[in-house]
Design a protein around this ligand. Structure first.
Ligand code: 2M8
Length: 463
């Protein structure tokens, strides 16, 4: 495996502590690099994951832009002819037993010059156009412009797939067909929809969970939920990964506010990318406006002042308040009155923006809150990084800086974990986790010494 020969310096002087953070984050990404992509974790996740690659590329842009583009390119080289970008691209050199469900389970046919079983048939949140734009901004120049030109048609094909084949409601929003597609896999946001799926634990006798060999059982999904995940994935696979008649045929069809916010953010990013590559930005702006309008019309619950997921099989909004309800903040065109409501939700005891701890993945006051279990309470850096961006873009610079301070302090204290206990801050899940390291680099590069400096406007507690 080729190593980065030297640690690239930060773009501005850092404190001694931050200098060390910069170096160790670089080391994590370097250790997780595999020829043409980065694995999320060398132990728990030994393949390439779709939205991980997006976040990772943003960090790599600061230290090895060639790797940032290579990572995104590798992912899009695995794009299916229908435009979907698989949620996992398998490294066929990794043993089947090292990750479940692996290539044999998904049993994807050969296509587009790829061997059989090269990927899963699911997708993940479309964070890639945003990432490509951010990599370009961080590492501008002809080489990056060329990469953007190469990626643009593929990014558009992904959006076309999501808005077309997955546009089940015909409103411009995309549906997910599995909790794994949300990226927020075990979130309480899916509990109501999953309650209608039979949990057949016999499936776990046929298929052995690998995650429990590498992580504590009370940090991971329950067996019941895992059995449901397998049933949903197997149904989609057995239907040949077809998206026809999903509401009638499939077990899980949901519109998620986080997923669709990233879908809209992708159109905003594509409008900017189009201007660089000589394409027409107008259709992207139109689509972005439609997506924001539909998210508000369909997924916003004015009574609670938050966004919720919508089960298309029952027509019901989830009753759970989860971090996905805050994601529409990343949309610059979210109406101001709704922004204010969502910020109030983020400030409330349910999520509680403060300097001591980033925002948890789920409502701290709800019965479903679980401080240890995967997306049901713990803190995730990618979600907080996105929320900080959204808050800053809507003029809440103080809140954005508070979140950044909390994130950097947490990682300084606990390490580059996959997720963190929302009360103690202890690291949970995989250590040396790539997107945590990547986004730390990005925060250090962007804010640098100003983080924690109370004399600056970014740190002000007011808007
Ligand atoms: C987690 O999901 C995978 C399945 O895709 C798993 O639990 O095995 C999620 O946190 C997801 O968002 C993430 O992309 C993936 C790899 O980091 O791990």
């Amino acid at each position: 495996m080729n190593r980065l020969t030297a640690v690239s310096p930060a773009p501005h002087p850092l404190s001694e502590d931050d200098e060390s953070l910069w170096r160790t984050a670089t080391e994590v990404l370097d250790a997780n690099w595999r020829t043409d992509h980065t694995v999320p974790s060398g132990t728990l996740y030994p393949h390439q994951w779709s939205w991980d690659a997006a976040f990772i590329s943003i960090g790599l842009a600061h230290i090895a832009p060639d790797r940032a583009w290579r990572d995104l390119r590798s992912l899009f080289e695995a794009q299916w002819p229908d435009g979907r970008v698989p949620h996992i691209v398998f490294d066929l050199g990794v043993a089947e037993r090292d990750y479940f469900p692996g290539p044999d389970f998904w049993d994807v046919p050969a296509m587009a010059g790829r061997p059989p079983r090269f990927s899963t048939g699911l997708v993940q949140p479309p964070a890639h156009a945003l990432a490509a734009w951010e990599v370009y901004r961080r590492a501008p120049g002809d080489a990056s412009a060329e990469e953007l030109r190469r990626l643009y048609p593929r990014l558009v094909a992904l959006q076309d797939y999501l808005i077309g084949s997955r546009g089940v409601s015909g409103t411009g929003l995309a549906s997910i067909v599995h909790p794994w597609e949300s990226g927020l896999d075990n979130s309480p946001s899916w509990d109501m929809a999953l309650a209608n799926v039979t949990a057949d634990e016999d499936l776990l006798l046929r298929y052995e969970r690998q995650d429990l060999k590498r992580a504590a059982a009370d940090h991971r999904p329950t067996n019941d939920d895992y059995a449901r995940y397998i049933a949903i994935a197997a149904t989609y696979r057995n239907g040949g990964y077809s998206d026809a008649d999903l509401v009638d045929r499939h077990l899980f069809v949901v519109e998620c506010p986080a997923y669709n916010s990233l879908l809209g953010a992708a159109e905003h990013a594509l409008a900017r990318i189009a201007a660089v590559v000589g394409a027409d930005p107008a259709p992207h702006r139109d689509r972005a406006a439609t997506i924001t309008r539909s998210i508000v019309e369909r997924l916003y619950d004015p009574e609670s002042g938050t966004f919720r997921s919508l089960d298309l099989k029952t027509g019901r909004l989830s009753t759970q308040r989860c971090v996905n309800g805050l994601f529409p903040l990343i949309l610059g065109d979210l109406p101001r009155d709704i922004v204010a409501q969502v910020v109030a939700e983020a400030e409330s005891a349910r999520f509680g923006i403060n300097e001591l701890m980033p925002i948890p993945s789920s409502d701290r006051t709800a019965d479903s809150f679980d401080a240890n279990r995967y997306w049901r309470g713990p803190v995730w850096i990618n979600a907080n990084w996105l929320l900080a961006r959204g808050l800053a873009a809507h003029g809440y610079a103080g809140h954005a800086a508070t979140l950044r301070t909390a994130m950097l302090d947490l990682v300084r204290r606990s390490g580059y974990y996959e997720y963190f206990h929302p009360i103690t801050g202890d690291g949970i899940g995989a250590g040396a986790f790539s997107w945590t390291a990547a986004l730390v680099l990005d925060m250090l590069a962007e804010v640098g010494p100003r983080i924690g400096d109370p004399g600056t406007t970014r740190m002000s507690r007011t808007r």
